[in-house]
Design a protein around this ligand. Structure first.
Ligand code: BGC
Length: 722
């Protein structure tokens, strides 16, 4: 169906105030099936006869500025003979500055100064009975201000805003497409776990969990008109135990609500926050902590993966990884949900896509995001740093732009649906061609601007002590990812039956040139990439050297966003499983469990977002909800529990279950709901031996202690030696 609603906006400029568009219409009794279809330049909330239409919050979602999604809702049960439809439109992503730290271009500033507009049609039994046109009316709404980074100001004390005329206009200059991704909705409701009076004397509520969403206030009947609630949001308290918001940078993240008389509830309509704590800056005397509920919001993905073990810290890490995904999968994979960023950083998404697709069914989510990636991709193949593009076209960096190849390939492997490769192949190929056209040396990627092994602990070069990219050579990373992306283009091309001969010979050339150029590996990440992307000519020796290097680094990882996701994989692949577990189970800084010992409830951006002495890392780059390092979950699912899909049988059509136990854990279990059914792999030390409990819905290759058991589907128990 092609959506053909006309666009309307208020004749008068409402500035920051969200407009509410209104239409009254009558219908004969007992009409048939009715549908409301709409979209907005901004984010909308539709109310029909006093009832909210649908559960989708922040609709129509965030897409490339080249397209806008529309949604259709079944409104049959909401219709009466006399109807009032009102649609309030907030600024949303389309009218947000998007990235407070990035200087906005004039084009973007002008675009976002356009008023909020929207378009809708109602059909009954297929016949259009209502459409947006200049006979609608508009009034100011109680939403006096609402913006993604800065929060919301809602005045419930004024009503009866005068009705004003609207005008038709051509609407945004982009294509209008049906909803492609998962809808965004409210998911969890959390009550406060603690009320704190900080050393500064401020009243702070602790929800016990860092989350993305907002709070709902339920105010008692004695509430008086004009009383005010002002709430600030924070992820952590500082070393003294005071409310800390410096790491939000320019995002004001505040709620201001003016009450009306009597009992009332309020939750913001068009903004969200990343927070664990709220500070009650102002609140009516009768407001109690019990009257505040935190609500988490995210894309409505189905949970498909669970991990558990005998180690409570490890279990908390698994929880944190899931919360990190919930908090950052809000229509697009964001880097973080709290500061003036919340952008679809490609690098972060590619590190986490595998873990993400074990935890949740992310096929729709990534299909939509990758459609936008291809739309934002420049004609020359350059992939922008963030999708949707909010950085005026900047892009083309190694390991970030490679999301173009890594994400579609992973989604294909996990769900077994070729369509993602059909849709993305052109984009994958163009990305590799971009590198070929932009390197200074054939078959390597030399030059360009990169993020390196972002936030690595490996000491930066002396001349650049403040560099956040570690010591791994940028050309090394770029050339290694060039090889990987080329290989993925070859694999995807073969699945689609395409001729990829040119890429096969390019790949051969890259491997040769890489081996010639990089004869030694300096950092942990250089070893890891050479192994992961099969570039080392003597991989066992490189893996052994990596193991030695880790030992000399005091058995600690030193890697950043680029090396970390592959680290445990390459260790186990070359026989260093015990060391992989040593890293996983390490509690001292730096490690995955260290943040847990500091009370983390989500995955941190930095290994030392809170330093061992309790100090906080520098405020300008310190998110407490950044999922990238949570990529380790994919190793736990696929290696520790051993649940793997086989490339020739994607989507777990045939499963390989090859668990790798470690005596330091009494037991570990993984459970994955695949497209073919539930796979469970659990191992446990019984005292005498190791018991493996395996359940598989599809034919499985079960590999225990290196021996393959040619077992079919069903439940199986094996015993292995300690
Ligand atoms: C984001 C990262 C991102 C990076 C690029 C940061 O500001 O939060 O996660 O990948 O920029 O280096």
């Amino acid at each position: 169906m092609k959506f053909q609603g006309k666009w309307i906006k208020s004749q008068e400029d409402f500035g920051d105030v969200a407009p509410t568009f209104v239409k009254e219409f009558s219908l004969p009794p007992n009409v048939g099936e009715a549908t409301l279809t709409l979209t907005a330049f901004g984010v909308y909330e539709a109310i029909l006869n006093g009832q909210r239409v649908g559960e989708y919050i922040f609709a129509p979602g965030w897409t490339s500025s080249k397209r806008l999604q529309y949604q259709s809702y079944d409104i049959t049960s909401l219709l009466q003979e006399k109807n009032i439809l009102s649609v309030t439109v907030g600024k949303g992503w389309y009218r947000s500055p998007l990235s407070g730290w990035f200087e906005e271009s004039d084009t973007r500033r002008i675009k976002r100064a356009q008023p909020s507009g929207f378009a809708a049609v109602i059909t009954v039994d297929g016949n259009q009975i209502v459409e947006t046109n200049n006979r609608w009316q508009v009034h100011e709404s109680p939403v006096r201000f609402s913006e993604l980074y800065d929060g919301e100001f809602y005045d419930a004390n004024i009503s009866n805003y005068p009705l004003l005329p609207v005008e038709e206009y051509p609407g945004p200059n982009c294509s209008i497409a049906p909803q492609q991704g998962d809808i965004i909705c409210e998911v969890d409701r959390l009550k406060s776990s603690k009320l704190i009076t900080t050393p500064k004397g401020e009243i702070v509520v602790d929800f016990g969990q860092n989350l993305t969403g907002y709070v709902e206030l339920s105010l008692p009947p004695c509430t008086k008109a004009g009383e005010e609630v002002v709430i600030s949001f924070a992820e952590v308290l500082d070393t003294e135990g005071n409310f800390y918001t410096d790491n939000y940078r320019s995002a004001k993240s505040k709620l201001r609500y003016i009450c009306r008389n009597g009992a009332q509830t309020y939750k913001p309509k068009f903004t969200f926050f990343g927070f664990r704590y709220i500070r009650l800056d102002k609140y009516p005397a009768a407001c109690s902590v019990n009257s505040i509920t935190a609500i988490s919001v995210h894309s409505d993905m189905k949970r498909t993966g669970w991990l558990a073990s005998s180690n409570p810290l490890l279990n908390q890490l698994f929880e944190n990884i899931v919360w990190g995904q919930k908090g950052n999968f809000l229509d697009i994979p964001t880097d973080c949900p709290q500061r003036d960023e919340r952008l679809g950083w490609t690098g972060d998404a590619q590190t986490f896509v595998k873990a993400a697709s074990y935890n949740y069914d992310t096929e729709r989510f990534f299909t939509k995001w990758l459609t936008d990636l291809a739309l934002e991709q420049h004609g020359n193949g350059c992939v922008t740093h963030v999708i949707p593009d909010a950085m005026d076209g900047q892009g083309g960096s190694a390991a970030w732009a490679d999301a173009a190849t890594i994400c579609p390939w992973q989604i294909y492997l996990t769900y077994g649906n070729k369509e993602i490769l059909e849709n993305q192949f052109e984009s994958m190929r163009k990305w590799v061609d971009y590198i070929t056209a932009h390197t200074t040396d054939a078959n390597l990627w030399i030059g360009g601007t990169h993020f390196g092994d972002w936030l690595s602990l490996e000491p930066p070069p002396e001349e650049e002590p403040d560099r956040l990219q570690g010591s791994t050579r940028a050309d090394f990373i770029a050339s290694a990812f060039y090889a990987n992306s080329t290989q993925l283009v070859i694999k995807a091309g073969k699945v689609l039956g395409l001729d990829v001969l040119a890429y096969e010979s390019l790949y051969e050339g890259i491997v040769k040139a890489f081996r010639k150029k990089f004869t030694s590996y300096l950092s942990q990440t250089e070893h890891i990439l050479a192994l992961q992307f099969e570039l080392a000519s003597n991989p066992q020796a490189v893996a052994d050297a990596l193991a030695k290097k880790i030992a000399s680094d005091n058995f600690s990882l030193q890697t950043g966003f680029v090396g970390t996701p592959y680290m445990l994989h390459v260790l186990t692949k070359y026989g260093h499983t015990e060391l992989a577990y040593t890293l996983l189970l390490r509690e001292e800084y730096p490690s995955w469990l260290y943040p847990i010992t500091k009370g983390a409830t989500t995955v941190w951006e930095r290994w030392d977002s809170i330093k061992p002495n309790g100090d906080l890392q520098t405020a300008n780059m310190n998110s407490f909800n950044h999922y990238a390092y949570g990529a380790v979950a994919d190793w736990v699912y696929s290696v520790a529990a051993g649940i793997q899909t086989i490339e020739e049988y994607p989507g777990f059509a045939r499963v390989r279950i090859a668990p790798m136990p470690d005596l330091r854990l009494g037991w570990l279990s993984g459970r994955v709901e695949t497209r073919h059914g539930i796979v469970i792999s659990k191992w446990q030390y019984t005292g005498k031996n190791i018991r493996y409990d395996i359940v598989t819905p599809s034919p499985a290759e079960i590999i225990i202690d290196g021996k393959t058991h040619g077992v079919d589907k069903g439940s199986h128990v094996f015993f292995g030696d300690i």
